[in-house]
Design a protein around this ligand. Sequence first.
Ligand SMILES: *Cc1c(COP(=O)(O)O)cnc(C)c1O
Length: 427
Amino acid sequence: MPRSLEKSRAWLTRAEQLMPGGVNSPVRAFRSVGGDPPFIASANGAWLTDEDGNRYVDYVNSWGPALLGHAHPDVVAAVSAAAARGMSFGAPTAAEVEMAEIVRRFYPSIEMLRMVSSGTEACMAAIRLARGVTGRDAFVKFEGCYHGHADALLVKAGSGLATFGEPDSAGVPADFAKHTLTLPYNDPAALDALMASDGHRIAAVIVEPVAGNMGCVIPTDAFLKSLEAVRQHGVLLIFDEVMTGWRVSRGGAQAYFGITPDLTTLGKVVGGGLPVGVYGGKAEYMRRISPLGPVYQAGTLSGNPLATAAGLATLRLLETPGFFEKVEATTEHLCRELSAIASKAGVPHTLPRVGSMFTLFFGAHAVRNFTDAKQCDMGRFGRYHRSMLDHGVYLPASGYEACFVSGAHGEAEVEHTLAAAHAALNA
Ligand SMILES: *Cc1c(COP(=O)(O)O)cnc(C)c1O
């Protein structure tokens, strides 16, 4: 089914003169899957429409935020009304209070919080706070986990970096990265050993409690136990739930696994498609933030009325009883059928899913960490990706990403997707 991409290609040619790769975030350029990226003209519910009028069922969902689907009328109305009242004041507003209260209802471990404008900022600030609280410089992250593009966090990160096969970014001084200790994901013995030898100089352990930036990788019980145990060394446990928040369950991975982290970062879904990040946790720690305490953090557009309106309207809709059960049932059904189609086509694969996120990995082995993820067949993923696009299904343009299902994905969208997968996996 050949699509015309004439208009998208013309925009790409213009864009490439202006922005590196023609894009404002690297994975959008499709370099790791091949083919040209469609330029998106509009989106509604579960569907995207590109500049040439091609339509796709969307499993990127803006890389996670669009849990309600695109352009939900209540969210659009809330944002429009807020825009008419003024875009930004740089002063406190009632909506920020209402939004903070609703975030805390979903995440009771977040006793106090700060709103920022991205997941990157939230993680950067959480690390700074942990260092401020403990007076220690070092922190631990896991290979293949992504926590945004702050210098100290671009060490063995996943996502776009894994796709390009670069463990570190140029431009990050070795001195900035030297306090970042990295360990393999799902390796409790390695974490326990590091805590025993160096726990006293470590401020925090930051982790994606279900990894999503090396593809969807589920933590083992033993790994979760080791994470909880880092507190015995005075180390703060930071759950980066920028992706897993509202995805793994209504209360994120922390509710799903029954673990209370010291600090949590949120992003993506929390902003309903506008730029919002949140970091928060135990009040005794959050009181160390300026103006109450010595840890500085600020933002001109933090908590701005437009972003807050989108976030608040989204979170209110997510409180609708049955919402999470429905989206999870849709995802479960889709994954079960997708796996059956792949098996029947003789395609070795593994398909981890939790809540409304999943990854179809091409390989016969289980994927427990970044090394396993890198052994998957990324050439096959690229062919699958191009074929799915030709059949009207928009997947993340990297085999190291998770797919997301929204509340707007129904029976028709699932059937359309499975028919496309049938064609793609048998080709
Ligand atoms: C997307 C993501 C971030 C970064 O958020 P941005 O809003 O892109 O800065 C951080 N952590 C995780 C787990 C993410 O998935």
